[in-house]
Design a protein around this ligand. Structure first.
Ligand code: DGJ
Length: 541
């Protein structure tokens, strides 16, 4: 009861969601998988550069590589299919011991048709581009064009057949991203005659009850403008874009049913579609529209490149919904913000997966991880090491993200039984030979009344028992050293094995336990506290 109250209070204070999210990704054997990894650069598939991306996935302790396959290679001539680059990709990634998320670069690659086959590009009368109000085309294929939809869908079905044939028994391919940062670039909607007719037909009945906050809509009628006000054009495009992609995904799932998601190009909060970002993609404003229009899509996902905490948090919150687990397919890997944001997503927002974009660029000219990327790799290591617990404790309120934001020298974590103080810049107590310490960060999971697992870097915890409400002299029992620094039964360093069983690698005691319980460079520590601490009779009165 108290735990629930505390979580309610904490979630109000820090705006944290504790809703239960179902894990999306499962291994062939049925075990859930928390996805961690990297995405390669756009055109690396089928080149030697893929090996660099694989190396980085491993150095990030990742389990997944996200890599594209291309419509123009799959269908080099109309109705002629060549799946060789897909098969090669699957084999290469499987051989490397990783899982694969396949990205379908087709009608839409960041809104543009760069990866469409030549027969599409050469026949704009049939495969129409969207147009601006003055009739000039924008460099995006129109979602109001059935011919393009059917052509893309047909090839996507060939892709899914190939994945099933090549991988149905192995399960190397975990999921497929359908298109890439879809939407119209350079306009808020298609103003062609066909699109105009769709616009004038008004809002479809499926969107009954859907509203967009802050739209200023007059609700005067069922027109797009009347229902969605200043966001009418984006809402309209989102509906058609989502139907388009939803139909492609549904046809693919008929052949081979694995998770499918769509990723969103994001503008800054409150920026406008077609200017700051492609119009019609699954942005925050139109998530409800996408959910109604494309039920075949399992997840709508934000590509979050913004380092700033407020924006990162804004998007994590918006995409963590009862009907949408948080999966971040693209994010930055460099600098302190990236190292913190990985933990923010995985522990604070309980993401089912986090990946960084542009893997190959994480290596320097000697082939080692760039210095400004190392801390992000350590953050990924933490998530990977704690994955069994993160999956087990999703939605319980027992997972705590530890994040040293600017100006912080400590962070408070309040649980039912403890006031836990996370200290940063731990060198004052605990040796660490690094010249500069990274921002403190970590993950704490409470697995029993007196049992915790900690992973982190540059973090040290003090566990202070909270006063028993019935106790008349709580200070007396709490103040002694046995209740504070020496309040543990065991402190172990270790790891989880393949069966998710805890394996002890090193038992800390003496000098290693005289002060706070620390974690460095992503190590995992299991802490069993003494249940008698702070209780009456723990010390002789
Ligand atoms: C977002 C796109 O989805 C990626 O494919 C890639 O082009 C990155 N932007 C580049 O920053």
């Amino acid at each position: 009861m108290l735990a629930e109250k505390l979580h309610e209070l904490e979630s109000q204070l820090y705006n944290i969601h504790y809703d239960r999210k179902e894990t999306l990704y499962f291994l062939k054997q049925g075990r859930p998988l928390l996805v961690t990894g990297v995405q390669c650069h756009n055109s690396s598939t089928g080149t030697g550069m893929l090996q660099d991306a694989i190396q980085v996935a491993k150095e990030f302790h990742g389990n997944v590589l996200e890599a594209p396959v291309y419509w123009y290679l799959l269908e080099p001539q109309q109705n002629v299919y060549d799946t060789s680059h897909v098969r090669e990709l699957i084999h290469t990634v499987r051989k490397a011991g990783l899982h694969l998320v396949i990205l379908w670069f087709a009608t839409n690659k960041n809104g543009h048709p760069n990866y469409a086959p030549e027969y599409i590009k050469l026949d704009p009368d049939t495969y129409r581009l969207a147009v601006e109000p003055d009739g000039l085309p924008v460099p995006s294929l129109s979602p109001h064009c059935q011919a393009t939809l059917r052509a893309d869908q047909k090839t996507f079905v060939e892709l899914m057949k190939c994945i099933k044939e090549e991988d149905g028994d192995c399960g190397t391919v975990l999921a497929v991203q359908v298109e890439n940062e879809a939407g119209l670039g350079g306009t808020d909607r298609d103003y062609s005659q066909a699109a105009q007719r769709d616009f004038e037909n008004g809002v479809p009945p499926e969107l009954e009850g859907v509203e967009i906050p802050d739209s200023g809509a007059s609700m005067r009628d069922n027109s797009w403008r009347g229902r969605f006000g200043r966001h009418a054009n984006e809402a309209f495009t989102a509906w058609h874009q989502a139907r388009y992609i939803g139909e492609i995904a549904a046809a693919g799932k008929q052949v081979y049913n694995i998770p499918m998601y769509v990723n969103a190009m994001l503008g800054h909060p409150y920026s406008e579609a077609g200017m700051a970002y492609n119009s019609g993609g699954p942005t925050v404003r139109v998530l409800d529209i996408w959910k109604k229009a494309a039920p075949s899509i399992d997840l709508l996902c934000p590509d979050i490149y913004m380092p700033c905490r407020d924006y990162y948090t804004h998007f994590c919150q918006a995409y963590s919904r009862e009907d949408n687990a948080l999966f971040i397919p693209e994010s930055s890997f460099a600098g302190p913000s990236a190292a913190l944001n990985v933990i923010r997503a995985a522990a604070q927002y309980e993401a089912v997966g986090v990946c960084c974009f542009g893997a190959e660029s994480a290596l320097d000219e000697t082939g080692s991880l760039r210095e400004d990327v190392v801390d992000t790799a350590v953050s990924f290591q933490m998530v990977r090491n704690m994955a069994p617990l993160l999956l087990q404790y999703h939605g319980t309120g027992h997972i705590h993200a530890i994040l040293q934001e600017e100006f912080m020298d400590q962070q408070l974590i309040l649980t039912e039984g403890f006031r836990i103080v996370a200290h940063f810049d731990i060198r004052r107590r605990i040796p660490d030979t690094r010249e500069t310490l990274p921002r403190g960060r970590g993950i704490l999971v409470q697995t029993g009344e007196y049992e915790f697992y900690l992973t982190g870097d540059n973090v040290a915890l003090d566990f202070v028992a909270r006063p028993d409400p019935e106790e008349e002299m709580p200070r007396f029992w709490l103040a002694c050293r046995q209740s504070n620094q020496l309040n543990f039964l065991t402190v172990e360093e270790g790891h989880f094995d393949e069966q998710n069983q805890w394996v002890v690698d090193f038992r800390r005691n003496g000098d290693e336990t005289n002060y706070e319980t620390y974690a460095r460079k992503g190590e995992v520590v299991r802490i069993r506290l003494n249940p008698k601490m702070g209780k009456k009779g723990f010390v002789k009165a």
